[in-house]
Design a protein around this ligand. Structure first.
Ligand code: PGA
Length: 248
C-alpha cells in the first residue's frame, strides 16, 4: 500500500510569521497520510525545527553538490537544513528558469545523492491538451526527467497541468484518472511492476478543500501537491483530512 501524501508548495510566499501555520498542520498530520510542507528556502531550517510530525522539503536544488554558483542551493544544503524532500521540475521553474527535462534529471540525481526524496513535476500546457498531445508530453517528461534508479522511496511524481496551476481550473476526474493510469503504466514498464506500483502519484493544480475529496477518489491518485491552499492551515487542514478519509 502506498502512503498517501499531502504536499504543500509555498512557492515564494512566507516570512517567519508564516511558521505559526505549521502547528495546526502538524496536528492534522497524525492520520494515515504523510504531510509535507515545502516553504521558501529561507524557512526550511526553522520549519524543520518547528514542525514535529511534518516532513519539510525544498522547492528546487542545484545539480552540482557545491561550487561557484551564486544564489543557488545544493541538495546537501537542503538536507543539512532538515529537508527530507525537494520539489523538482515544477512548471514555474521550467518557465522562469528555462529548466528542461535534462536539467531536472541532473537535479534529481543530485538530490538522490544527498539522500533527499524527490517530488518530480510533469504537466502539459493548454495548447498541448487542446491538440490532444497530453499523454505524449507526459510520457516524454517521465522518460527524460526521471533518472534510472527510481524507487517508491526516493520518487514521487506530481501531475500538474500548467493550465490548472493557480487558475481555479481543474481537469475533470476522468482527465486526471487517464493521466494517472498512464503514468502508473509507464513507471511499471520502465522500472518493473514492484517499483512502478510503489511510486506515489500526486495531482496538483487548484486543489482546494471543496474539490479535494473527489480528486482523492480518482484511481492512482495518492495525494496532492497544493500551492495557494497550503499557505493557511484553515485551507490545508481540510485537504489533509479529506486525504486521511480517502485512506480509509
Ligand atoms: P495551486 O498550485 O494549488 O496554487 O494551483 C499548485 C502548484 O503549483 O504546485
Amino acid at each position: 500500500m502506498r502512503t498517501k501524501l499531502a504536499a504543500g508548495n509555498w512557492k515564494m510566499n512566507g516570512l517567519k510569521a508564516a511558521l505559526s501555520e505549521l502547528g495546526e498542520m502538524a496536528a492534522a498530520a497524525s492520520g494515515p497520510a504523510e504531510v509535507l510542507i515545502c516553504p521558501p528556502v529561507t524557512l526550511v531550517a526553522a520549519a524543520a525545527d518547528a514542525a514535529e510530525g511534518l516532513a519539510i522539503g525544498g522547492q528546487d536544488c542545484h545539480a552540482k553538490a557545491s561550487g561557484a554558483h551564486t544564489g543557488d542551493v545544493s541538495a546537501a544544503m537542503l538536507a543539512d537544513a532538515g529537508a527530507e524532500y525537494v520539489i523538482l521540475g515544477h512548471s514555474e521553474r521550467r518557465t522562469d528558469h528555462d529548466e528542461h527535462d535534462e536539467d531536472v534529471r541532473a537535479k534529481c540525481e543530485a538530490a538522490w545523492d544527498a539522500g533527499l526524496k524527490v517530488v518530480l513535476c510533469v504537466g502539459e500546457s493548454l495548447e498541448e491538451r487542446e491538440a490532444s498531445n497530453t499523454l505524449d508530453i507526459i510520457g516524454g517528461q517521465l522518460a527524460k526527467s526521471i533518472p534510472d534508479g527510481a524507487t517508491g522511496h526516493n520518487l514521487v511524481v506530481a501531475y500538474e497541468p500548467i493550465w490548472a496551476i493557480g487558475t481555479g481550473k481543474v481537469p475533470t476526474t476522468d482527465q486526471i484518472g487517464e493521466v494517472h493510469d498512464f503514468m502508473r503504466a509507464r513507471l511499471e514498464k520502465r522500472f518493473g511492476e514492484g517499483v512502478g506500483r510503489s511510486v506515489r502519484l500526486l495531482y496538483g493544480g487548484s486543489v482546494k478543500p471543496s474539490n479535494a475529496g473527489e480528486i482523492f477518489a480518482v484511481s492512482n491518485v495518492d495525494g496532492a501537491l497544493v500551492g495557494g491552499a497550503s499557505l493557511k492551515a484553515a485551507d490545508f487542514v481540510p485537504i489533509i483530512e479529506a486525504l486521511n478519509a480517502s485512506a480509509g
